[in-house]
Design a protein. Structure first.
Lengths: 103, 103
DNA sequence: ACAAACCAGTTTGTGACGCAAACCGTTTTG
DNA sequence: CAAAACGGTTTGCGTCACAAACTGGTTTGT
């Protein structure tokens, strides 16, 4: 078993964090989600969710659009092309890991 | 997609850390490994490796045996039953995640 | 009309963590 | 007998995840 092959060394830490992996996974199925929807689905606190969204945006993995629904603020997120690519690559690494460790 | 099903909420953080995942994966194939062997395989610094081994031991996932090879200290590690179980459970969660996200 | 409660988030504080550099006691080498 | 090497451990530091506190605005109650 080559440990280079395991590819664990260069796992994307942005996506590796479980809370963010969950967010990204959700976004990968839905192409638009507002803050409160994400909060309900992830069960994260607002503060926590806000921070993770900030990191994902800063990494260029999601786009955050701030608008209004009536008079209330509304934050809408969607995966960018880079985000989708990073997610897919992360999944591939997991698959590779699982595959390598199952023999 | 139920996010409960993704099981990302209760990923074992001890094992989730890539460096430790690598260590545990190696130990799962070898049933005994000394410090320097692990260092060569993981390419971690000594300090880093020492700290991670400490956490794994504290978690009850590995047993650390300190002996001597001739006159030099020799640290030998092996996975405990709990460690093996935790590793297998972690792999199962990854498999479940991959499976859930591939449809 | 004015306070109290609510909404949709952001900022702050804190404890834990990952990492490498510095260190330590011992042993071999020049 | 210095000095470098061995086999690690401890320290220091920047970063992070998390929840509590806060903010700016809106609705509700009286």
């Amino acid at each position: 078993m080559s440990h280079e092959l395991l590819g664990l060394g260069d796992l994307d830490r942005i996506i590796h964090e479980p809370a963010r992996l969950l967010i990204v996974t959700i976004l990968s199925t839905v192409e638009k989600a507002d803050f409160l929807f994400l909060q309900r689905e992830t069960k994260l606190t607002k503060g926590n969710l806000s921070a993770h969204l900030g990191k994902l945006e800063e990494a260029g993995y999601i786009k955050i659009e701030k608008t209004f629904k009536g008079k209330l603020p509304l934050t809408i997120c969607n995966l960018t092309a880079n985000g989708r690519k990073a997610f897919e690559q992360y999944r591939q690494r997991l698959i590779q890991f699982i595959d390598t460790t199952s023999k």
